[in-house]
Design a protein. Sequence first.
Lengths: 301, 167
Amino acid sequence: MEFCLFLGCNTPAVRPDVEKAIRVSMDELGVDLVDADNYVCCPAFGSFPSTDEDSWLATSGWNLSIAEGKKRDILVQCGSCYSSLRMGREHIMHSDEKRQRVNELLEPTGRTVCGSSRVRHVSEVLYKEITPARIAEKVKISLEGLHGVVQYPCHTLYPSEVVGFEDSPREPKGMRQLVEALGATVDGYSRELQCCGGAGGFMKSTPEQAIEFAKTKFDSILEETKADFIAVSCITCLMHMENVQNTLNKRVGEERYKIPVFDYNQLLALCLGKEQKQVSAICNVSRDKVHQFIANAKVAA
Amino acid sequence: MNPQTEANKDLWKAIYNTGDLQHCFNCSTCISGCPASFGDPPLLVRNLARKVMYGLEEALFEDDTPWACVSCSRCEEMCPMDVKPFEMILHIRQWQASNDETRVPPSIVEIYKRGYTQAVGTNVETRQALGLDPLPIITNNPEQLAMFREMLMKTPVIAANDYMFGG
Ligand code: SF4
Ligand code: SF4
Ligand code: SF4
Ligand code: SF4
């Protein structure tokens, strides 16, 4: 298997340990990655998609053309990048008029776009191509004894017609099965499918309400599960779900919200025996307990 | 842009010219479960659809709530009439931004200047410590960056607001 890796902005700039985790796990699982050279922002929905269709689709076309040139599908981790690239491709593929216009804009740059490269989310590739069963065979360290909860990136669920890969978008199973493949017990909770609320303008325009909104999710996790960690698969979910816990603690005046948040690829890399200081180096909510658990299991193994 | 008090019956054509919106029957499914519907003021997708359909141009022009959308696309999934409410929100933003330069998001200036919303590539030491190679980013490739900018120059938002982009 081979892909063109599209990292977006936040992962390489703010959480490069997630990038490292993706690179080493994919390598170990036999997936060949080449970088999307000279890629640009996906574009994020709050940028060109909010101003006009030409700049939106030309930017999508610029990125898609890089992968098409390499004759590879694109691999993405960030939920927004995934959804933006998927939607951009959908528009370009399904309207001759739009495709012509984008190619007209791309032409002086020596690029073309036809839609030959698909856009794949890393959790889809792990779930549908590599499969939880193979992951379970490959891992050297088991999380058996730990409880986790999962956060489905809504950008990989909705609209299922455009972005979906789950058998049922109303009842997704991918993240659960992927975490179970690492040996952990996954606890369900009533707000499992609730968005973290971290993307777009919600936090910016009404932060108070956005924090309250996230609180309902965390309260549901605390009341209904024994979560030792939260597994996400989107850089925005990762950063937001950490930051909000710290904000909430300041509000309530105690350390009530302290569940470590991991990108799934980080847990995977750790269970494959990779160096914690490289694949899980940066966090805003302490991961010590989980790291310690893994270090002990490593010694035992 | 001249906001007017009477309804503009053709507003939907200027904003969201698809047949999709005609099918909206006001059910509010798009509001239930929308994260930004918990905001203050709340983002009420159904009401935005009404404003577009009824041609309430002035009210819609002043409305900030489309910008609170988190882009989760839940409304798009759940709408029983396939109105594609998230696409409608993007189109309302586009209409506002193309008629009011103060709505143009600063992030597009960043993307125009360096290719990204974040300063990708400046965390050299952190990346080295993690054993990561430098990324082949466009910020470090003047020739490609120039081509990218020239391409964007031909698009409406940049052509109309070129002073924001340093020329
Ligand atoms: S969605 Fe976010 S992370 Fe992805 S490329 Fe755009 S701005 Fe960067
Ligand atoms: S949960 Fe929030 S941040 Fe995560 S994918 Fe959904 S909208 Fe994006
Ligand atoms: S896409 Fe926007 S409007 Fe639709 S449910 Fe999500 S936040 Fe609400
Ligand atoms: S869910 Fe669809 S049909 Fe119902 S009010 Fe919203 S846009 Fe209209």
